[in-house]
Design a protein around this ligand. Structure first.
Ligand code: NDP
Length: 239
């Protein structure tokens, strides 16, 4: 059955792979982008590009209105959009901290809150939040990012409790290091040091994250909620 899916930050990286996976499986997929041109790879699959910055509630509201009009109320939401602004604590400005929180955590709150309206009405829905292994392990230079990603776990589990009786699930996927623009800024030495710590001894491809997200949104995962699914090559084992 074709569902109405929304992927935030779907114009590149992990979000693009997630949007593509749902579209190739026959779902109606809307994805947000902030600037530039939406990718041909998704337009060719019939996906709906929606311009939206998730730090702006008004833009989020407009995006949902457009999606509801063009492909129906969102039944599957993947809150993927995220940023880093790495800095050691003593050098981290308050703006470095609050801007990352505003995108990764409050931005997720904005899109989940708006999606829940339609899901509550429909008495069903799937919400998947993209966190990170760093949210559980911590990382030097990423106090802002790690706090935002850890925050998503408490947020998801509260939503899972609030909305569960209406057959709405809310789960978290916690990727390890994935080969995208976000990690391409690392030096070769940094990449090598990270790879040494990963039991599977490599980075993930975005498609490997998308597969878990699709599973959590499938009928087979109907009884999974409030879970944190690591897709990290074993890096975060033990949490
Ligand atoms: P990219 O940097 O490649 O892409 C980030 C995406 O988020 C882009 O589409 C970007 O849009 C979007 N975005 C950022 N800020 C906003 C905003 N304010 N409003 C709307 N969209 C926004 O990152 P990845 O694909 O690697 O990461 C995707 C998610 O996965 C993130 O949440 C990230 O934290 C998480 N993650 C990534 C890991 C990795 O190793 N790559 C590991 C663990 C988690 P635009 O193109 O307009 O900037």
């Amino acid at each position: 059955m074709s569902r109405s899916v929304l992927v935030t930050g779907g114009n590149r990286g992990i979000g693009l792979a997630i949007a593509r996976a749902f579209a190739e499986a026959g779902d109606k997929v809307a994805f947000t982008y902030r600037s530039g041109e939406p990718p041909a790879a998704l337009l060719d699959l019939g996906c709906l590009p929606v311009k939206c910055d998730i730090t702006d509630s008004e833009q989020v509201e407009q995006a949902y209105k457009e999606i509801e009009e063009k492909q129906g109320a969102v039944e599957v939401l993947v809150a993927n959009a995220g940023v880093t602004r790495d800095q050691l604590l003593l050098r981290m400005s308050e703006e470095d901290f609050t801007s990352v929180l505003d995108t990764n955590l409050t931005g997720t709150f904005r899109v989940v809150k708006r999606a829940s309206k339609g899901m509550l009405r429909a008495r069903k829905g799937r919400i998947v939040l993209i966190s990170s292994v760093v949210g559980l392990l911590g990382a030097a230079g990423q106090a802002n990012y790690a706090a935002s990603k850890a925050g998503l776990v408490g947020f998801a589990r509260s939503i899972a409790r609030e909305l569960g009786s209406r057959s709405i699930t809310c789960n978290v996927v916690a990727p390890g290091f994935v080969d995208t623009d976000m990690t391409r800024v690392l030096t070769d030495e940094q990449r090598e040091a990270i790879t040494k710590q990963v039991p599977l001894a490599r980075y993930a491809q975005p498609e490997e994250i998308a597969a878990s997200v699709r599973f959590l949104a499938s009928d087979e995962a109907a009884y999974i909620t409030g879970a944190v699914i690591p897709v990290d090559g074993g890096l975060g084992m033990g949490h």
